[in-house]
Structure formats: structure tokens, C-alpha cells
Write a protein that binds this ligand. Structure first.
Ligand SMILES: [Zn+2]
Length: 137
């Protein structure tokens, strides 16, 4: 176990969000963030940060809906205009694809939301930033 003050923090929010979207702790990047599919661990087994203050609520689902909709809308237009498929055929293609995308995006979106709450110090998280060379107190 590494001491909390020696944990290499991510340099930017996108780096933290990427760690969390991959299912790793956004703070240290080492341990798993989720113990079940959408259930985060209570604390990080590597850096010991307490994840119980996170409140992602429905926001990951909204992110998954928005991303899926924006990616599938051009496909639906393409299938109906260029390939002139019947609505039932489009439905048969798009609905399973949309379900797969939604289910696939939920955990990364939830990880990124948790990372955002930690990075910006929301919901009781302490705002932490890496100490960079040249920083003055
Ligand atoms: Zn950690």
C-alpha cells in the first residue's frame, strides 16, 4: 500500500476521467473503481480514498443516452435515405445496437462522473491537485 501523500495524482481532469472510464480509481489509477457493474467500491484498495460520497445518480444514463443518440441519428438517416430500408428493418438494426451502446457506455460514464465529482471537490470530496515543479505554496 502506498501512502496517500505519495499517490501520483492525474495531472488533468481528462486524465482522471479516462482512468475512471476504464474502471480504475481516478485518483491513483491502480485499483478497480467498481466492485460490481455500476456499484463503486466503498474505498480504493490502493490509495484508500473513500468513494462513498459520490452521487452519480442518473447523470451517467443521460450521458449514455446523449452519446448513443448522437451516434445513431446519422446511421438512421443513412439507412433510411441512402439504403432506403423499411422502418421495421431499421428498427431491427438500430434497437439492438442502441441497447448494446447504452449498456456499454453506462459504466465508463459513471466512472467519469465520479472522477468529475472527485476532481472538482463536489459532494464532500477534498479537491486535490498534483504538486507540479515550480509551484509555489
Ligand atoms: Zn486509488
Amino acid at each position: 500500500m502506498r501512502a496517500a501523500d505519495q499517490t501520483p495524482l492525474p495531472g488533468t481532469f481528462p486524465a482522471a476521467a479516462l482512468r475512471a472510464a476504464r474502471g480504475h480509481c481516478p485518483r491513483c489509477g491502480e485499483a478497480r473503481l467498481f466492485r460490481k457493474w455500476l456499484k463503486p467500491c466503498d474505498s480504493c484498495s490502493a490509495c484508500q480514498i473513500d468513494w462513498t460520497p459520490q452521487r452519480a445518480d442518473d447523470f451517467p444514463a443521460y450521458i449514455a443516452i446523449i452519446v448513443t443518440g448522437h451516434l445513431l441519428a446519422p446511421l438512421i438517416i443513412l439507412l433510411s435515405k441512402d439504403f432506403e430500408l423499411e422502418p421495421l428493418a431499421i428498427f431491427a438494426l438500430v434497437v439492438p445496437l442502441a441497447l448494446a451502446m447504452m449498456l456499454g457506455l453506462l459504466q465508463p460514464a459513471k466512472g467519469a462522473v465520479i472522477a468529475a465529482q472527485w476532481w472538482f471537490g463536489l459532494n464532500g470530496f477534498r479537491k486535490e491537485r498534483p504538486i507540479l515543479e515550480g509551484d509555489s505554496a
